[in-house]
Design a protein around this ligand. Structure first.
Ligand code: BGC
Length: 765
């Protein structure tokens, strides 16, 4: 890399970061816009209003000549008649322009369409999957990744992303764990807000910002047994304390839209939940954006056994506050009749349409429906060197060092005899991950290439085995068809390992193994990978395991035996370079797990902020009757918040400003962190609390703050935190957020397990 390019990247990055710091939340209410919305609503017929509530998929030729088949002919006609408010999956300036023109030029009122797309971790420049990015605990990095994604998407005509997904999940079997920020409501809330700010920028009407969408409202990540789309059955208090905080953080950050969820909750499909959409979101939170259904979720209420037909489903969804119908066609077919019969009040329609038009005005689409349609910008802005440099930066910050016995890492650049082994070693597609938007197949820098880029020479490689069948590449037909007996690649891998000094073995999950519809009953290394790992280890124990995966994996054997383990998720376009940055010590790892890693699938659901129960620990006289498994530890393999560095951090002197404070007092907590290692490093210092006795039982630990601190070898720093009443509050049985007087523990450390602890008492004011 030449210096000029490095300076250019730094300058670009600084602009992005400056944006982050001055960034105000998007205000959804602008009096001038409200007047315009009212005036337009006045002019609209009932049919035109309902049209705004209708969203179609566009992965068909909307713009060519009138389609022949009835299905597409109907959509085409509706587009021209103003009966479509939005399209999804129409991308590229050319397609967006043509579809927009069809609506704007032909419909009576010329209302522009809003174009939605799943820009989940990049448009074409791919960033780490959201779970991986969350391991950075670096809000500026996360925000800059969303910012770049928005810049690219907007340049391709897209003005609305269906992201961030802010579903808390405690179950690694659920395939969509990869799309969220993990198991903790506090960390996930900060990340949710950072992503919204990144997508929406400071000004939604700018041509390089796009509307964000908080999804899936709500409890989609609490699917029973981790099976996608399954029932979520949980208490109102868990909903309020654990699941809703990241959604509320999105509202506070000014998110323009929400998406509801496929699952049922409190025995009702979320799409028809008045409690969620009317009472909480639009009621208590006074939210002014609009809610889109999930794909076909209105129609799916028939299968749920909640609606008798599509018309009934449309009625239930509209009344409950699902403002836009994604691909069920319930509104466009039935809503007019429902209003005319008095089953749905026209005020319900007006409210939904007002919200949709508001977002279209905020985006500036009425001023210029083609503002995202500049072909030159599209050519020049997408997949640039600057964006790739940011992707590499975010990727290296997302890597978590899980184990490093005898300081095997970092590798020396003059290290002889490095070999790469394993099915993901030269895989250029898996790091692109699932939900890849326009990320191109096989476009990532592979691990092998990353190492070769550093060493400037070929590195020997042996694949050893496949993960699944080659059919896995057909994303939508994904089944983990393991060819159990095909060990034909083992010999080559073993021979290579024998003659090498050090083996970097790349295992984990193939890119389509996690994501929507990819729940798994088994979360160990799939196929022959475990056998390969053990066979290679037998001949060469000088081994670094690089994991690439979308969900926490159960790898107890590796954790016990392999000396160095690096968690590298699916890191995006620059994956191999970022991993090489860490392996050779050009970047000292800083990542921390945003989810607990299990020992076995039987521990699911697994999370650090669990309840103590009445029988928490084994005591000598009670060997059986306590809350545990008889064949497995309760503890995770790697706890939430865990991640090593090439530096070494020691914690001491944990202090609270006063052992007795009143509710309105600020509580100052300080700790000394020392780098006792021999290289500079950054530690993420984490603060947890425990409310010992509550009006409802409280978790054994809750993350309440964290700070990153950079320390030179031998250096110590005092790290200070301030806790306020808000940090001690929880949602209680009186349906309010409040802190209660009593005894609290405070814990500080580099992860949720290894902490110092002290106590303080809170008394009434
Ligand atoms: C997913 C959503 C996504 C939508 C549109 C659904 O299947 O659940 O998260 O935004 O499809 O692609």
């Amino acid at each position: 890399m030449n210096m000029k390019f490095i300076y250019k990247c730094l300058a670009y990055f600084l602009v992005l970061l400056t944006n982050c710091y001055v960034m105000a939340q998007t205000e959804l209410i602008d009096p001038t816009i409200e007047k315009k919305v009212d005036a337009l609503l006045e002019k609209m017929t009932l049919e035109e209003k309902i049209g705004q509530m209708n969203q179609y998929n566009g992965s068909w030729d909307v713009t060519g000549p009138m389609p022949e088949d009835d299905y597409n002919k109907e959509r085409y006609t509706q587009l021209k008649n103003g009966q479509v408010g939005s399209m999804l999956n129409v991308t590229s300036v050319k397609s967006v322009k043509e579809a927009q023109k069809l609506a704007v030029d032909n419909s009576r009122l010329g209302i522009p369409l809003v174009f939605g797309y799943d820009v989940i971790h990049g448009y074409k420049t791919m960033f780490p999957i959201p779970l991986g990015e969350s391991a950075s605990w670096d809000l500026s990095a996360i925000e800059s990744s969303a910012r770049v994604s928005a810049i690219e998407a907007a340049a391709a005509g897209v003005n609305w992303t269906f992201a961030p997904m802010v579903d808390i999940s405690r179950d690694a079997r659920w395939g969509r764990v990869m799309e969220g920020a993990g198991e903790d409501p506090y960390l996930a809330s900060l990340i949710a807000a950072a992503r919204v700010k990144g997508f929406q920028g400071t000004d939604l009407s700018a041509d390089n910002t796009i509307a964000a969408c908080a999804k899936h409202f709500a409890a989609y990540g609490f699917a029973e047994s981790g099976k996608d789309y399954n029932t979520a059955d949980l208490s109102e208090l868990t909903l309020q304390n654990t699941i809703l905080p990241p959604f509320k953080a999105c509202v506070d950050a000014g998110v323009a839209t929400f998406m509801n969820a496929f699952n049922e909750i409190h025995h009702i499909p979320a799409t028809a939940s008045i409690h969620l959409q009317r009472n909480i979101l639009k009621g208590k939170w006074d939210y002014k954006g609009f809610v889109v259904s999930d794909w076909g979720s209105i129609g799916e209420m028939m299968a749920h056994g909640y609606a008798k037909d599509l018309k009934h489903a449309g009625k239930l969804a509209a009344i409950a506050g699902s403002d836009m119908d994604m691909e069920s066609r319930a509104y466009v077919y039935h809503l007019k009749e429902l209003v005319e019969n008095g089953d749905v009040k026209e005020a319900v329609i007006d409210d939904a349409v007002r919200r949709i038009l508001r977002v279209k005005y905020l985006l500036g689409l009425f001023d210029d429906p083609y503002k995202y349609c500049d072909e030159t910008r599209e050519k020049e802005t997408i997949y640039t060197k600057e964006h790739l440099a940011i992707a590499r930066d975010v990727a290296k910050k997302s890597i978590v060092l899980l184990k490093n016995e005898n300081n095997l890492l970092p590798l020396k650049k003059d290290q002889k005899g490095i070999a790469v082994i394993g099915p993901l070693g030269n895989d250029k597609d898996t790091p692109i991950g699932n939900w890849r938007a326009h990320g191109e197949t096989n476009s990532a820098v592979s691990l092998l290439e990353g190492l070769q880029n550093v060493l400037g020479k070929d590195v020997p490689f042996a694949k050893g085995c496949k993960i699944g069948s080659d059919d896995n590449k057909r994303a939508f037909l994904y089944e983990l068809a393991i060819e159990k007996e095909d060990k034909s690649g083992f010999e080559e891998a073993i021979e290579l390992a024998k003659k090498s000094e050090i083996v970097v073995i790349a295992l984990g999950e193939e890119c389509w193994q996690s994501g929507e519809g990819r729940s798994q009953a088994d979360i160990e290394l799939a196929g022959l990978q475990q056998a390969l790992l053990e066979a290679v280890y037998e001949v060469n124990q000088n081994m670094v395991l690089v994991l690439m995966n979308g969900r926490p994996l159960a790898i107890p054997w590796a954790a016990e035996n392999v000396p160095a383990i690096v968690e590298a998720w699916h890191l995006g376009s620059e994956a191999g370079n970022a991993i090489a940055d860490v392996l050779f010590g050009d970047y000292n790892p800083t990542g921390k797990l945003p989810v607990s890693f299990p020992r076995s699938v039987g521990q699911m659901p697994l999370y650090y902020n669990y309840k103590n129960t009445g029988r928490p620990t084994k005591s000598p006289d009670n060997m059986v009757f306590w809350s545990h498994y008889t064949d497995e530890s309760n503890a995770p393999l790697f706890p939430f918040g865990f991640g090593l560095s090439y530096a070494n951090f020691k914690y001491s002197d944990l202090n609270v400003s006063s052992e007795k404070v009143s509710l309105s007092d600020r509580i100052e907590v300080s700790v000394t962190v020392k780098n006792s290692g021999s290289v500079e490093g950054v530690e993420t210092v984490q603060l947890y609390i425990r409310d010992l006795v509550g009006s409802i039982t409280r978790p054994v630990k809750q993350l309440k703050a964290f700070k990153k601190v950079m320390l030179k070898p031998g250096e110590s720093k005092k790290v200070k935190f301030t806790l306020t009443e808000k940090d001690l509050a929880f949602y209680n049985l009186n349906n309010e957020w409040a802190a209660e007087p009593g005894q609290f523990k405070v814990f500080v450390g580099g992860n949720s397990r290894d902490v110092l602890e002290t106590e303080f008492e809170v008394i009434e004011d």
